[in-house]
Design a protein around this ligand. Structure first.
Ligand code: NAD
Ligand code: DAU
Length: 331
């Protein structure tokens, strides 16, 4: 199989490429990545001799056409992915997430290729803390931020291209990932690297907001299950029953790093901050037989802390610029 992975130098995409090289040696992997601030060649260094990395934009129609023509399957991870950035400057989100997805869809339509679209649970908006409900594939779209609205738009393009043009596509909407190679702008790596630097973790607002954490390896094994066995035109929700509020996550990071559990600060809240996400992954489990391997968040988090301690050379170059952006926002 010739596989084109967009965004393969980012957090989830690079872990997907590592997993693929490790577990599916027969797959020929090409990565298309613009190497924005969020993409890093170094994330692919351990597999560099097994992977072709093409530096380029998913909205570059000519380049995309050529790469799609040479692939059997396309898995599209590339995106502008950070909510806070989308609140400061939404335009790159519209360009990459919407126009970029459109560009890929037109290429897979022309060349009749299998396409898998990586998306987020944020397209469904948020849930109340005391609501027993979880997101299902039938939950209506109700995105809150420029990031999540552009991801919702991209999902709807995929659905339309399946129905109108018969494109062979599947979609997955996953909850919050954690693990190695995640940019230090994101919640968990930001707090781990703050503690390493002797800086107190920063909790937005009250810290009651709940995210449904899943290890990145489990997200990626689910993506492979869908590519292998998913029904064309179907949407699969990916989650591992990992609901936890931000305050508890920060306290666990502090405990695992040998600090007092209250050694953090509350900072300005994110405008429009979604309260709670929760995934019902019944379809994925029952139909495709997928199960997560990382069942203990505590152990997965401890391993992630070890990874950031051991890989300071990977994250250090991004840290000051990231914190300077947050300082301007009072966060
Ligand atoms: P990331 O920001 O770490 O990586 C994004 C990658 O895309 C980077 O390598 C970047 O260089 C590349 N990229 C950005 N714009 C591009 C363009 N125009 N052309 C080519 N490459 C471009 O993001 P991530 O957290 O790894 O997320 C990957 C995907 O998974 C996204 O589609 C995101 O919406 C989705 N997702 C993320 C999470 C999460 O918790 N991080 C959860 C569910 C879904
Ligand atoms: O749900 C899936 C989504 O998860 C993905 O689609 C996004 O790409 C990914 O970035 C993530 O979005 P969130 O906005 O949930 O992730 P983030 O890491 O930015 O924040 C997680 C929670 O932690 C959120 O409630 C905001 C809070 N937070 C974040 C930061 C950076 C803090 O309290 N302090 C912080 O310093």
């Amino acid at each position: 199989m010739r596989l084109l992975v967009t965004g393969g130098a980012g957090f989830i995409g690079s872990n997907f490429v590592h997993q693929t090289v490790r577990e599916r040696p027969e797959v020929e992997v090409t990565v298309l990545d613009a190497l924005t601030y969020a993409g890093d060649r170094a994330s692919l260094a351990p597999v560099a001799d097994r992977v072709r990395l093409v530096e380029g934009d998913v909205a570059d129609a000519e380049l995309v056409d050529r790469l799609v023509a040479d692939a059997d399957v396309v898995v599209h991870f590339a995106a502008e992915s950070h909510n806070d950035n989308s609140l400061s400057n939404p335009w790159p989100f519209v360009q990459t997430n919407v126009v970029g997805t459109y560009t890929l869809l037109e290429a897979v339509r022309r060349h009749e290729r299998r396409y898998h679209h990586i998306s987020t649970d944020e397209v469904y908006g948020d849930l109340e803390l005391d609501d027993p409900a979880k997101f299902t594939p039938e939950t209506p779209y109700n995105p809150s931020s420029p990031y999540s609205s552009t991801k919702a738009a991209s999902d709807l393009l995929v659905r339309a291209w399946v129905r109108s043009f018969g494109v062979q596509a599947t979609i997955s909407n996953c909850s919050n990932n954690y693990g190695p190679y995640q940019h230090v702008e994101k919640f968990i790596p930001r707090q781990i690297t703050n503690v390493i630097d002797g800086v107190r973790p920063k909790l937005y607002g009250t810290g009651e907001n709940v995210r449904d954490w899943i290890h990145v390896e489990d997200h990626n094994s689910a993506v492979w299950a869908i590519v292998d066995r998913g029904r064309i035109g179907e949407t699969y929700l990916i989650g591992a029953d990992g609901e936890m509020n931000n305050k508890d996550v920060v306290e666990l990071i502090l405990e695992l790093m040998g600090q007092p559990a209250d050694a953090y600060d509350h900072v300005n809240d994110r405008p429009g901050h979604d309260m709670r996400y929760a995934i019902d992954a019944t379809r994925l489990r029952d139909e495709l037989g997928w199960e997560p391997r990382y069942r203990g968040f505590r152990d997965g988090l401890a391993a992630t802390i070890d990874w950031y301690r051991a890989n300071e050379a990977w994250w250090r170059p991004q840290k000051d610029a990231t914190e300077a952006k947050y300082a301007q926002l009072g966060r």
